[in-house]
Design a binder for this molecule. Structure first.
Ligand code: NDP
Ligand SMILES: N[C@@H](CC=O)C(=O)O
Length: 804
């Protein structure tokens, strides 16, 4: 109130002012509560009344610093005793008519106007209280009255024939022709101001509210929403009708008719520029080149669907439908009818849905009984989103962009409407998807920089390298590629870190907290699904079967997946099939390049060959970084057990190195390649030679296994020497041809390319119709944190470029 009075005092220096006030925050709800209780005979209404009195008293005490003027005190008591009398009457009668309700609800504005006008007087400003019942004339629909513009204009002009002082007018309330109090809709003080401004030809109508103006989207739901300095009357009307709470939907019309600009300003931040609403033509300075001005949503609507073959080509059905709803004062928020004329879909307020269904079923009883029209269908828990902009008109591609971004994010559009003025596309979606839809649409139309949200499973070798790479490269991606890679979740078996705005990658280890609630990967997936962020990618850096098993569910929930874990694509055939099926059904992407050869482009190369029509004859080579490293080092004369330890330390091995030494990890890669080639293979179809001695294959802890491995050192040393004596070397390699894959220890000439491998190098040899005489070879490091994480990162960026 102090801010308000300062603003009034400041503005007064330049102009004549009319001040219109609304009720103190929450007061109209309290009045409604008191009236409803009194109407149902609950004496508890008196407590609400006391609370109301107390609240206004506290405000007054504070404003007047304890020295409340006598005149104010008297007026204040008079208002409250009138309110008490009315509520007492309602209580005695146990009946709350619309007429009484309108009278009660108006007390919020009456008390505000009294306080503000008295406080202005206290500040030596010549102000006076003015009841809008003397100014605004409505029909007799007391609680939601329709304004009679002409009669109101006459009254207002008469009242302000001469102008002196600052009138402080009660917003929201008006009078029916018989003088009874009416109200003109919640938040109606904006409307009151606009009616007064228009009637008097004001220079400006300024709405002082608690936000900086119209935003491109609700900033509480879309973090990157931006203020709109200028919008047209038409845009303001579309946005406020479609849920933007900044301005009363009806407030634009009188100002627009009179050509008076409306300024939206923030009374808590008066220096902010605000939003100017007017009818100025589009110009580059005032209107961005973007087609969309803003988006907004109504988060609780109900769809009413009337359908039936008997509606086709029958004139008058729509007229009966709408007339029936109008007779019962049911407001229609949205209408859609396809050209087949088989159905009409309407969105209405949920509170009115049961009544709407009842009256329409009565209206169309004959048609429903004769099955020309189906019983009315009601669909709940829906939200309506409106995408609004003057510039949308004639701008091809707006709806394509809108539906594409929703589709990629798995947001199902249930109903759509666009008028021929092309400045509003409204769509109805499941209310669970509302925030996701608002954010992805906003990002698509307003932001040059797009976001992908990552949820990582696993915090081991690969995840650590991945985080390091994202941290090092994030800024560059933002600047060069307009892409922000945001890590929103990390989890291992015991801990979890979550932050929708992005975990601080400099201290992610500290962010990990013990897991609570539903643990396991299912719990993590539930959190990701509940968050329902747009452009979400799940990144699997575990070696877990349980994690791989959730890929189908993730994909069906439209969450893209990047995985280094081979247990999905090399899992059982049913799991493999269900991943592939889910991939087909979903708009989300699934990439797994690092499953074979870590960061090497093996799966992409194979698919490029296949997709471009080449025929793959065979694939041979070394596909284990660990085994390659072991045999390359043995050739130099190292001890087997000690080399295995080094492979583990270098991050080449699986969490349990027996997965490498048994050939299982290698076999999985051939299994994946075989499946890529179209063969129906299970793991057992790959012939594998294991290097793990029989007695160490059980549950033995990894440390103990590594200690015991020394027992085979001499065998490997001897085999290496024997092979060298014959000009040969030993290596672990394999191949797949005609759907048959086998891998194991081989003797190869020292001159063979396999003998020339070093470190963890992999080598894959594709023999194809096109690459026959000289096969196509992909060679390079095939294991290790950095190269694998690089491959995972590249897959993430591939999905990002599809999503954004
Ligand atoms: N190393 C390499 O060169 C390559 C590895 N890969 C694959 O990358 C994957 C990761 O390897 P790497 O980083 O070396 O393995 P690590 O053992 O270093 O890390 C595995 C991580 O997964 C976590 N984890 C295991 N089960 C679950 C679960 N159910 N839910 C959540 N987190 C889980 C572990 O958690 P906790 O710490 O709590 O146990 C751990 O943080 C493996 O599938 C591997 O085959 C692929 C290509 C190359
Ligand atoms: N443990 C694997 C890592 C890559 O998949 C290997 O050694 O190749």
């Amino acid at each position: 109130m102090n801010n308000v009075v300062d603003i009034i005092a400041g503005a007064l220096a330049d102009d004549n002012l009319i001040v219109v006030v609304s009720a103190v925050q929450g007061v109209t709800d309290l009045l409604l509560d008191a009236a409803t209780r009194a109407g149902s005979g609950e004496s508890g209404y008196r407590r609400t009344l006391e609370e109301l009195e107390q609240r206004h008293l506290e405000i007054s005490q504070e404003l007047f610093s304890g020295n409340i003027p006598v005149t104010f005190s008297v007026a204040f008591s008079t208002e409250f005793s009138e309110l008490k009398d009315i509520l007492h009457g309602v209580f005695l009668l146990r009946e709350l008519s619309d007429k009484s309700l309108a009278l009660v609800l108006g007390f919020g504005e009456r008390l505000s106007a009294l306080i503000v006008s008295s406080y202005l007087q206290e500040r030596r400003i010549e102000a006076y209280y003015l009841d809008a019942r003397k100014l605004i004339v409505t029909d007799a629909n007391y609680a939601d009255a329709r304004v009679d513009a002409h009669a109101s204009e006459l009254q207002i002009r008469k009242q302000f024939a001469s102008f002196a002082g600052v009138p402080v007018v009660t917003g929201f309330i008006a009078a029916a022709p018989d003088g009874s109090a009416t109200t003109i809709g919640r938040g109606g003080s904006d409307y009151t101001a606009s009616i007064l401004g228009a009637a008097l030809g004001a220079a400006e109508i300024c709405i002082w509210t608690d936000v900086d103006g119209f935003f491109s989207a609700d900033p509480k739901r879309v973090r990157d929403a931006r203020i709109l300095p200028f919008i047209s009357y038409a845009e303001a009307m579309e946005l406020s009708h479609a849920g933007a709470k900044v301005l009363h939907p009806l407030a634009v019309q009188p100002a627009m008719k009179a050509g008076i600009p409306i300024l939206i300003k923030n009374s808590f931040n008066p220096s902010a520029e605000g939003t100017r609403i007017d009818g100025a033509p589009l110009s580059p300075e005032r209107n961005r080149s973007l087609p969309v001005t803003g988006l907004t949503s109504i988060n609780n609507i109900v769809l009413l669907n009337m359908s039936g073959s008997g509606m086709v080509g029958v004139p008058g059905i729509a007229s009966r439908l709408f007339s029936c709803l109008a007779r019962h004062r049911i407001n229609i928020i949205f209408i859609s009818q396809a050209s087949s004329e088989q159905s009409i879909t309407l969105a209405i307020n949920p509170a009115q849905a049961p009544n709407a269904k009842k009256i329409l079923e009565q209206e169309f009883r004959a048609e429903i009984e004769s099955r020309q029209i189906d019983p009315l269908a009601i669909r709940k828990n829906l939200a309506m989103i409106a995408v609004v902009g003057n510039n949308m008109s004639g701008h091809a591609g707006v709806s394509a962009q809108l539906f594409e971004t929703l589709g990629k994010n798995g947001v199902n559009v249930i109903a759509v409407a666009q008028g021929a003025n092309e400045m509003n596309i409204s769509l109805v979606i499941d209310s669970n998807d509302e925030d996701k839809a608002l954010n992805c649409i906003h990002e698509s139309f307003f932001l040059s920089q797009r976001k992908v949200h990552l949820f990582i499973a696993g915090t081991g070798t690969i995840a650590r390298s991945l985080i390091g790479q994202i941290r090092a490269h994030r800024r560059n991606l933002q600047e060069e590629n307009d892409l922000d890679v945001v890590v929103c979740g990390m989890a291992n078996t015991g801990t979890i870190a979550l932050n929708d705005e992005g975990i601080d990658l400099d201290s992610w280890q500290q962010a990990l907290q013990p897991r609570s609630g539903k643990r396991g990967i299912e719990g993590y997936m539930e959190i990701i699904r509940e968050k329902n962020l747009h452009n979400t990618i799940f990144v699997d850096c575990t070696a877990s079967k349980e994690v791989a098993a959730i890929y189908p569910d993730l994909l069906l929930a439209n969450i893209s997946v990047v995985t280094a874990n081979k247990l999905g694509m090399a899992g059982s055939w049913p799991l493999y099939r269900s991943i592939r099926d889910a991939q087909r059904k979903s708009n989300a992407r699934f990439l797994y390049e690092t499953n074979v050869g870590a960061g090497l482009p093996i799966i992409n190369t194979l698919n490029d060959l296949k997709n471009s029509g080449d025929k793959i004859i065979s694939i041979d080579g070394v596909l284990s970084g660990t085994l390659s490293f072991i045999f390359n080092e043995l050739r130099k004369g190292g001890r087997f057990s000690e080399i295995v330890r080094r492979a583990k330390e270098a991050g080449y091995t699986e969490p349990d190195p027996r997965d490498d030494l048994s050939g299982a990890d290698f076999a999985r890669k051939f299994l994946i390649l075989g499946r890529e080639l179209g063969f129906t293979l299970e793991f057992s179809d790959v012939l594998v030679e294991s290097l793990v001695p029989e007695e160490y294959r059980g549950e033995m802890p990894v440390g103990e296994f590594l200690d015991r491995l020394e027992s085979v050192d001499s065998w490997y040393a001897e085999e290496s020497e024997k092979a060298a004596a014959d000009g040969m070397t030993i290596a672990y390699a394999g191949g797949i041809k005609d759907g048959k894959a086998s891998i194991g220890v081989k003797r190869v000439p020292l001159s063979s390319p396999i003998a020339g491998l070093s470190g963890s190098e992999n080598m894959v040899v594709f023999t194809t119709d096109r690459y026959h005489a000289t096969p196509l070879v992909v060679r390079g490091p095939g294991a290790g944190g950095e190269v694998t994480a690089g491959g995972v990162f590249a897959d993430i960026l591939r999905i990002a470029s599809y999503l954004v």
